[in-house]
Design a protein around this ligand. Structure first.
Ligand SMILES: C=C1C[C@]23C[C@H]1CC[C@H]2[C@@]12CCC[C@@](C)(C(=O)O1)[C@H]2[C@@H]3C(=O)O
Ligand SMILES: O=C(O)CCC(=O)C(=O)O
Ligand SMILES: [Fe+2]
Length: 330
């Protein structure tokens, strides 16, 4: 967690220095992640292909209005601009999956400090909004509610495409449409203020999301992904695109066919970078096993992972960081 004074700090304090950390692929042949137009008649095939090769792509033609995304940016900026003692009133209760201000669970026990502040919204944003702005919380609440609704519909549309491809039936995932389940999604707000020494500092540290699918918005460069055989590469933001990344649970469900992409956020000297992730997961106690669908199970594949719940997976992640999934391997 950043200290309140870091905005004006001229040199990077030692506690934020990550030695030999910032190696980014800089070859001129740097590959870039696929850009997919949801209105393209071949969108489904392109999405499946991108899930198999990259685990991440940029989506255009998604129908989420730019004005709404601009409003979200501006509300998130005002949240992080609040005085520290105000933000601390919403401090997350533990390292676990809860709402509020503080480092998210996979980032809670890292050896070095992050040039980063985070805020998690699970369920309705109203309780936290009331604490942050006791007299004027409607703006934040309405904007976040509106965005939550739209990204929820979009991410579920994509997950359905994938379930269909994996021949997973509605009955097998009846939790997916259960409206009483509010702990299966989080709006993760991330703030990376300008940093005096960006090549030695780290924003959100390397992780995979334990989600099915995540929708990520940021207008400023900073998201980096790890591509096998290439190394860390920077994702170039495209106006109006949303970045879609797969999480551990679609990786496990697909028996490793889809990539759960390792990613992190780099910081920069000039801009205050905000990013907003909508992370959609199964319910915490649902047991996910590879080849859930009978069609796939009958195809003679051997499961590469043990059945696992989201709860177990998050616990492993908090303890073992990127190595977490290796503990679930058969
Ligand atoms: C609903 C979620 C999803 C969480 C946990 C909980 C609230 C915060 C989310 C994140 C956000 C940052 C990366 C991550 C890996 C983390 O550390 O916290 C995510 C994690 C997950 O994907 O499991
Ligand atoms: O800031 C970014 O681009 C990455 C955010 C992210 O990975 C997350 O919130 O899970
Ligand atoms: Fe992430």
């Amino acid at each position: 967690m950043l200290s309140p004074s870091t905005g004006s700090v001229k040199t990077l304090p030692d506690s934020y220095v990550w030695p030999e950390y910032y190696e980014v692929y800089s070859g001129s042949d740097q590959p870039s992640i696929p850009v997919i137009d949801l209105m393209d008649p071949n969108a489904t095939e392109l999405i499946i292909q991108a899930c198999e090769t990259w685990g991440i792509f940029q989506l255009i033609g998604h129908g989420i209005p730019r004005k709404l995304v601009e409003d979200v940016e501006s509300e998130v900026h005002s949240l992080f601009a609040l005085p520290a003692d105000q933000k601390l009133k919403t401090l997350r209760t533990s390292g676990g999956a809860s709402s509020g201000y503080g480092n998210p669970p996979s980032q809670a026990l890292l050896p070095r400090k992050l040039w980063y502040e985070g805020f998690t919204i699970m369920g309705s944003p109203v309780d936290q909004a009331r604490v942050l702005w006791p007299h004027d919380y409607q703006g934040f609440r309405n904007t976040m509610n509106g965005y939550q609704k739209q990204v929820k519909a979009l991410v579920e549309q994509l997950i359905r495409i994938i379930f269909k491809f994996l021949s997973i039936s509605k009955e097998e995932v009846n939790w997916f449409d259960d409206p009483s389940n509010t702990c299966n999604a989080a709006l993760q707000l991330n703030s990376h203020p300008p940093c005096p020494d960006p090549t030695r500092a780290v924003g959100l540290a390397p992780h995979t999301d334990s989600s099915l699918f995540t929708i990520l918005h940021s207008w400023i460069e900073g998201l980096q992904i790890f591509k096998d055989g290439v190394g860390w590469i920077t994702v170039q933001p495209i106006p109006d695109a949303l970045t879609m990344n797969l999480g551990d649970f679609l990786h496990i469900l697909s028996n490793g066919r889809f990539v759960s992409v390792l990613h992190r956020a780099a910081v920069n000297q000039k801009y205050h970078r905000i990013s907003v992730a909508y992370i959609r997961s199964p319910p915490t106690n649902f047991i996910v096993s590879p080849l859930l669908s009978k069609t796939f199970a009958d195809s003679g594949q051997v499961p590469k992972y043990h059945p696992v719940t989201l709860k177990e997976c998050r616990g492993l992640k908090a303890k073992h960081f990127q190595a977490a999934l290796s503990f679930v391997k058969t």
